[in-house]
Ligand binder design. Structure first.
Ligand SMILES: Nc1ncnc2c1ncn2[C@@H]1O[C@H](COP(=O)(O)OP(=O)(O)OP(=O)(O)O)[C@@H](O)[C@H]1O
Ligand SMILES: [Mg+2]
Length: 468
């Protein structure tokens, strides 16, 4: 099951708090307990020391007092109850005890007895004999000649300690429970407060669709984590908006470009229908219609190319391509066209260089660039082609002495359907797809294309492709 961040935050917060409070409480009570026990041990040790000196004669003979209560009284004050003394013979049989024990006896555990036989003192917490646990010291009395003469036990009730720890534990558990509940409630509230901007963001983001991509997410604090998230989402929406606009523009442009020749075609056909007896006129109409059809199929072909490249991306078929051969082929192709246009077409350099790519597309790239250069260079001008290598790159330059491109138009010439001469008054130019195709081809090959047009000096297109 997936819990909300708020629930998880509160849960972890509560758990951590509980664990740390428990650890703190345990450490605290343990130290307190140790301090108490150490003091009690000191007390019973002094009583035991005293006993050892009282119950033994210099000869090593035992001299048991009738009343241990005097000894107890000396150490524990008037209130001797809860404090006990007991003496065993070396075999572990009780031979004397304080009246405070009444008819009960303190047990001599096997472990304590063994230690006593070895001459060592030990401490035990005895439970079950009295209402409260009793701290019992077991100490052997050893005399030089006789060896073990007796075993003395001094006990004191842990009633006070037990009481203290019981109430302490009670307060402690209640305290922890209360603080955890209060802190968790507070945490739950704080988590909601902290996560509020996130839910606000969700509501806002949900409202944004393709129809209102111009809207942006507003956040109160722009520089915190949420603010930065919102800014990132806003940037993403802006990019989406850009792409959406591009697609819309593209569709509009494409329809427009196809509609123009269709309208012309329709007009011509209607005219032809009306003057169907004039054979010469008819022939003229058919020829002009064919031109429009050519133009339409040219646009459709280019559109298809673009669409295909959008889909293919970098996955187009790739092989080793001699770029110099592609350039030479295209150059040959344009030789006549350049001559007809009275434009001088020259190859300055054609360095053999291979790139890894699609030879048909690369041919298209060179074709479009030379085509433009000749098209946009008036008679008497010059077009220069050069292919060279620069480090890991193949560099193709196509420069012309033509009409150039103004600085305002330069940033847009690679956009689909963008033409400098929109009205096509000069009779030059096509659909405005050639350069956008070039751009797609270069980027599919991991390269870059740029244009420069120093005022009055024509245009230079530079294509950089990674060498194979
Ligand atoms: N060498 C150049 N000199 C001057 N202007 C150019 C040159 N190359 C491109 N342009 C300008 O950039 C525009 C876009 O070029 P692009 O090749 O994309 O389209 P096009 O040549 O008009 O049509 P298409 O290539 O689709 O037949 C052109 O219309 C033209 O105005
Ligand atoms: Mg072109």
């Amino acid at each position: 099951m997936a819990f909300s961040i708020r629930t998880r935050l509160t849960f972890w917060y509560g758990t951590l708090l509980t664990v740390s409070l428990l650890a703190l409480g345990t450490a605290f009570s343990y130290s307190l307990f140790r301090i108490f026990i150490d003091r009690i041990d000191e007390q019973v040790t002094s009583v035991a020391n005293m006993m050892v000196h009282t119950v033994i004669r210099p000869s090593g003979e035992l001299l048991l007092p009738k009343d241990f209560d005097i000894i107890l009284g000396r150490f524990f004050g008037v209130r001797t109850e809860g404090n006990y003394i007991q003496v065993f013979d070396p075999h572990g049989v009780v031979i004397a005890k304080s009246s405070t024990l009444e008819d009960r006896t303190l047990p001599l555990t096997v472990k304590a007895y063994k230690l006593a036989l070895a001459g060592e003192t030990s401490f035990d917490n005895v439970r079950g004999v009295f209402r409260y646990p009793v701290r019992v010291l077991t100490r052997p009395i050893v005399f030089k000649e006789q060896g073990l003469v007796a075993i003395v036990q001094v006990g004191t009730s842990l009633e006070a300690l037990d009481d203290i720890f019981h109430s302490f534990a009670y307060i402690f558990v209640l305290g922890i429970a209360a603080s955890v509940v209060i802190a968790s409630a507070l945490g739950w509230f704080l988590a909601r407060k902290a996560l509020k901007p996130v839910s606000d963001l969700t509501v806002l983001a949900r409202r944004i669709t393709a129809e209102n991509l111009n809207e942006r997410l507003n956040v109160a604090v722009p520089n915190d984590e949420i603010g930065r998230l919102a800014a990132t989402i806003n940037e993403m929406i802006a990019r989406l908006e850009g792409s959406f606009m591009q697609i819309k523009q593209f569709t509009a442009d494409a329809s427009h470009e196809l509609k123009t020749p269709l309208t012309i075609l329709k007009g011509e056909m209607e005219m032809a229908l009306r003057s169907k007896d004039d054979a010469q006129y008819m022939a003229g109409v058919v020829a002009s219609s064919l031109e429009e059809i050519d133009r339409m199929s040219y646009i459709v072909r280019n559109l298809l190319d673009l669409a295909r490249m959008d889909v293919e991306g970098k996955a187009a078929s790739k092989e080793m391509v001699g770029l110099d051969r592609v350039v030479a082929e295209r150059f040959e192709h344009f030789r006549r066209f350049a001559m007809e246009s009275r434009v001088e077409l020259v190859i300055l350099k054609n360095t053999p260089v291979t790139v890894y790519g699609d030879s048909v597309r690369l041919g298209q790239l060179v074709y479009n660039l030379i085509d433009n250069a000749i098209k946009y260079t008036p008679a008497g001008g010059r077009v220069e082609v050069s292919l060279d290598e620069e480090g890991a790159q193949a560099v193709l330059k196509i420069s012309d002495s033509g009409i150039g491109i103004s600085a305002e138009d330069l940033p847009y010439i690679f956009d689909r359907f963008y033409r400098v001469d929109k009205a096509r008054t000069s009779g030059l130019g096509g659909a405005g797809l050639g350069l956008s195709i070039c751009k797609e081809i270069t980027s599919a090959h991991g390269g870059a294309i740029e244009a420069a047009s120093p005022a009055g000096k024509g245009t230079v297109f530079t294509v950089r492709l990674p060498r194979a």
